[in-house]
Design a protein around this ligand. Structure first.
Ligand code: FE2
Length: 324
């Protein structure tokens, strides 16, 4: 069955078609916000304005028509209300217009599932790192995910974006900060780990203060090294406690090569298999929603239209309550 997936939780509108676990297309269209930053209403406008164009390209790339699609899957949360509403309205229109079943997908579940599939891993320990989330996830025998540890304040991606904005980088984003950090020298910054949980706000404040008197590349390097080391520590603790022999990192920040290198060397030391999906599938993307949607449809069937509403605070550990 061909499944159309629609991702719309934040500033990215993406659509992808999956068939038998293979991505036939994956079109990603991200709203930059330019100088005014990311305003929720503007993200929703972007999704509404780009919807038809992204859909046409997604179907053309996959060489399918709407008539060939067997299921419409959409991102249901967690995310920002306005862009979620715009994307979900589009998904509902398509499903009702073409008579297709609908399935709402937890965005974090989709990141985990597409990565497990592409890395050929069965129930690994999962480190999910993105702008708004930083969590360690473990799947139980019933197929539900539990949060072993997480950030107690901001997500690691937001840490980088906030610092990049403070030092007025033109592209205030983790990937640009990572480039700046490459030539920098490391110095110590606050390191806060509480069991398997992370705290980043003190580190952000200290980095912002240090940026007034230190070269920005040195602060960027130190900020990234410190936060990645904290992340490795909690992941390693969770590996020991869970006795898992495989670790998967997923989400937008999982694309960072320095982080991948640190996690990989930790896994080699611990005799643990390490996995990370290609960058395209760690970005917010429609193909992962399509893939996860096909799994949920097999298990739960179609979602009633009345249930197809945004759930902005949809934690992955609420899936049993919401779907079960
Ligand atoms: Fe994401």
């Amino acid at each position: 069955m061909k499944v159309l997936g629609i991702e719309c939780t934040a500033h990215t509108l993406s659509m992808g078609v999956i068939e038998n676990g293979r991505a036939l297309s994956n079109v990603i269209d991200t709203y930059s916000g330019a100088s005014e930053g990311l305003i929720p209403r503007k993200m929703a406008d972007h999704h509404a304005e780009s919807f038809a164009r992204v859909l046409a390209k997604c179907l053309a790339d996959a060489n399918v028509r709407m008539a060939d699609v067997g299921l419409v899957a959409f991102s249901q949360g967690p995310g920002i209300g306005a862009p979620l509403s715009a994307g979900i309205a589009g998904a509902k229109y398509l499903a009702l217009r073409f008579g297709k079943p609908l399935v709402g997908v937890n965005h974090c579940f989709a990141h985990a599932k597409i990565s497990e599939h592409l890395c050929k891993m069965d129930k690994p320990l999962i480190l999910y790192l993105s702008g708004g989330n930083s969590q360690i996830l473990l799947e139980d025998a019933g197929g539900y995910y539990h949060v072993l540890g997480e950030t107690l304040d901001i997500g690691i991606g937001n840490l980088f974006d906030s610092f990049a904005r403070t030092i007025k980088m033109e592209h205030a984003h983790g990937s640009a900060l990572s480039e700046l950090a490459e030539g920098g020298k490391y110095f110590g910054l606050p390191y806060t780990v509480k069991g398997m949980n992370l705290v980043f706000s003190g580190l952000l404040t200290a980095a912002e203060k240090a940026a007034r008197s230190h070269p920005h590349r040195d602060v960027a390097r130190s900020l990234m090294e410190t936060s990645f080391a904290m992340t490795c520590e909690v992941a390693e603790r969770a590996l020991y406690l869970s006795r898992k022999k495989s670790l998967l990192v997923c989400g937008g920040v999982a694309q960072n090569r320095r982080l991948q290198g640190m996690l990989k060397s930790m896994c080699i030391d611990d005799g643990v298999k390490f996995g990370v999906a290609p960058d395209e599938f760690n970005r917010d993307n429609g193909a992962m929603i399509a893939y996860a949607g096909s799994l949920l449809y097999k298990r739960y069937g179609a979602m009633p239209v009345a249930q197809c509403v945004p759930i902005t605070n949809y934690r992955i550990d609420r899936m049993k309550e919401i779907l079960g």
